[in-house]
Design a protein around this ligand. Structure first.
Ligand code: SAH
Ligand code: SF4
Length: 339
């Protein structure tokens, strides 16, 4: 059986050619898959019944299963998806205030080798990279399930996208070309893989680069993220400055706030100093407790204090809204529970 979902126009033409149908049929199928998000071939109503029957003999829409679906009281949807080899990843759909904006948070790997101390995904270790098809299949599955069109994609699910960069870049190109999601509506989040950041500078990426910094200095960062020993903050900063110079884009700095560990006045001051010559916005993420460690959520007061100290430096600072907290929509949590 051929899987239509994830094929490009040329590949669909090979199928229509094999059925002696015109190239126009391939274009129609392509639209049904990427823009109208049908679940079955029968829904492709501008194809004749006879042609649909022929197509059904050799092809099907998808082979990805929704294993678990959870809906949060704030409308956030969280999916655990299963690929044919039995491996699962999470994908989250966030609806912001106006329903016109639908952001899919996709995974790039099964598990993750970076193993940050606060992250449930990291605890599993690295299982495998997702293929380009599996990355885009996450968005297609959401579109099929909800009947809605995804408008933004962030690579903030499981995995380290810059350690699966070729497939991530291919998927971004397809989001651009086939889903008509503009480069500016795509965000790649990384724990700071410098070799990957250099590559993104080289190709002059026009999407948003988000850096999971999470700490104001080497000591704290090394405690939270082993990757700090391989790619220390001083080197990271040089790579970021080069990236910004080359692409002329503003980056996003993500900073996980953990009670008494990196939410102090001193931490805020050091962070301001580190970021002073980096063109960036800052996104503060209040830590979302997982079961396997003893980090704690920061208090509301310390979040506000931290935010205003950063704002005094003239940077734009946002606090990530808790999305889907009641369904464990933070990185890696659902999967751990199901297993
Ligand atoms: N590997 C990439 C992208 C996936 S993680 C990266 O680390 O950037 C996406 C985001 O979720 C990261 O910023 C990560 O720090 C954050 N995250 C992981 N565990 C979390 C938790 N328990 N609470 C809040 N955010 C968490
Ligand atoms: Fe991997 Fe990102 Fe989790 Fe760190 S935070 S273990 S890089 S997925």
């Amino acid at each position: 059986m051929k899987i239509l979902s994830g094929l490009n126009l040329n590949e669909i033409e090979e199928i229509t050619d094999s059925l002696q149908a015109s190239k126009f049929r391939a274009r129609q199928i392509h639209n049904w898959i990427y823009l109208k998000s049908v679940k079955t071939i029968d829904e492709m109503t501008d194809l004749s019944v006879k042609f649909r029957e022929e197509l059904k003999q050799i092809a099907t829409v998808t082979d990805t299963k929704i294993k678990v679906k959870q809906e949060s009281s704030d409308g956030t949807l969280k999916y655990l998806l299963e690929f044919p080899d039995g491996e699962c990843v999470e994908t989250v759909l966030m609806r912001f205030d106006n329903r016109a904006n639908l952001t899919a948070c996709v995974s790039s790997q099964v598990g993750c080798a970076v193993n940050c101390s606060f992250c449930a995904t990291g605890k599993r270790g690295f299982i495998r990279n997702l293929t380009c098809k599996e990355i885009i299949e996450q968005v297609l599955t959401i579109q099929r399930d909800t009947g809605l069109k995804v408008t933004n994609v962030v690579f903030m699910g499981q995995g380290e996208p810059l350690l699966n960069l070729d497939n991530v870049l291919k998927a971004m190109e397809i989001f651009n070309d086939n889903f008509q999601i503009g480069a500016r509506r795509l965000t790649v989040s990384t724990s700071g893989i410098i070799s990957g950041i250099e590559k993104l500078a080289e190709i002059d990426m026009q999407s948003t680069l988000a850096i999971s910094l999470h700490a104001p200095n080497h000591e704290i960062r090394a405690k939270l993220m082993q990757i700090e020993n391989k790619y220390p903050m001083t080197e990271l900063k040089k790579a970021l400055k080069k990236y910004i110079e080359k692409t002329n884009r503003r980056i996003t700095i993500e900073y996980l706030l953990i009670k008494d560990l990196n939410d102090t006045i001193d931490s805020a001051k050091q962070l301001v100093e580190y970021l002073k010559d980096i063109k960036c916005n800052i996104n503060l993420i209040p830590y979302n407790p997982t079961e396997k460690n003893d980090y704690q959520k920061p208090s509301g007061n310390s979040i506000m204090r931290f935010k205003s100290l950063l704002e005094q430096s003239g940077k734009k600072v946002t606090v990530r809204l808790e999305r889907g907290a009641d369904i464990d929509a933070a990185c890696g949590q659902l999967k751990g529970k199901v297993e």
